[in-house]
Design a protein around this ligand. Structure first.
Ligand code: GRF
Length: 205
């Protein structure tokens, strides 16, 4: 079944995805939505970064791809309105932050309490917070000599990286790891984890 066919299924709950970069986690969500395993459809993908490959992945899958930044839309308030409008229009049940580098407006969090989920490439509360994104996380893990890292899926609250944890999976740090080798193993676990938690949230929505 194609994405557009599945989007006409009345019982398929809508998922919105926010991305800033490559969108490999988004791709897994798209693929699992197509097979029906996600239990929902990707209604749209929004990025604050107009050249994010995530937007291209969405277009290739026939999914609405929206560039929404304060610069492209004129103000932070316009981004907030756009997000609320898209959530309302499609009656989005779950909002996924899949590598989204911007803070979400509180109005969006209030609109979807307990249904906004983020993925972080470490075991929160360790290696989280300001500046802890992308390769910086894996660099910090190795520099500190941590022997374990992993993946955290958590609900998003106003406090960055501090929302209730839904799921964690552990990855061993090897003595010869570089940030790249470690990041590759962590990302593979991310790909196997995020969609399952989104499915679980959709089942409860
Ligand atoms: C992932 O490592 C995720 O944990 C973090 O940003 C990265 C996004 O990767 N929040 P991708 O864009 O899904 O490839």
């Amino acid at each position: 079944m194609s994405q557009s066919e599945s989007s006409t299924t009345p019982k398929s709950p809508a998922v919105g995805v926010l991305c800033s970069g490559g969108g490999s986690n988004l791709q897994v969500l798209i693929d699992r939505a197509r097979t029906g395993e996600l239990g929902g459809r990707i209604a749209w993908v929004v990025s604050n970064n107009g050249s994010a490959f995530a937007l291209e992945r969405a277009r290739q899958a026939g999914i609405e791809a929206v560039h929404a930044s304060a610069k492209s839309l004129g103000s932070p308030e316009a981004v907030e309105s756009k997000l609320l409008e898209l959530i309302e229009r499609d009656q989005v049940q779950v909002l996924v932050l899949a590598g989204y580098m911007k803070a979400l407006p509180e109005s969006v969090l209030r609109r979807l309490p307990g249904r906004v989920v983020n993925i972080h490439p470490a075991l929160l509360p360790a290696f989280g917070g300001k500046g802890m994104n992308g390769h910086h996380v894996h660099e910090a893990v190795i520099a500190r000599g941590a022997q374990w890292t992993g993946v955290t899926i958590h609900l998003v609250t106003e406090n960055y990286d501090e929302g209730p944890i839904l799921r964690q999976r552990v990855v061993a740090v090897r003595p010869d790891d570089t940030p790249e080798t470690l990041g590759t193993r962590v990302l593979a676990i991310e790909h196997d984890t995020l969609w399952r938690e989104v499915r679980a949230l959709l089942e409860r929505a």
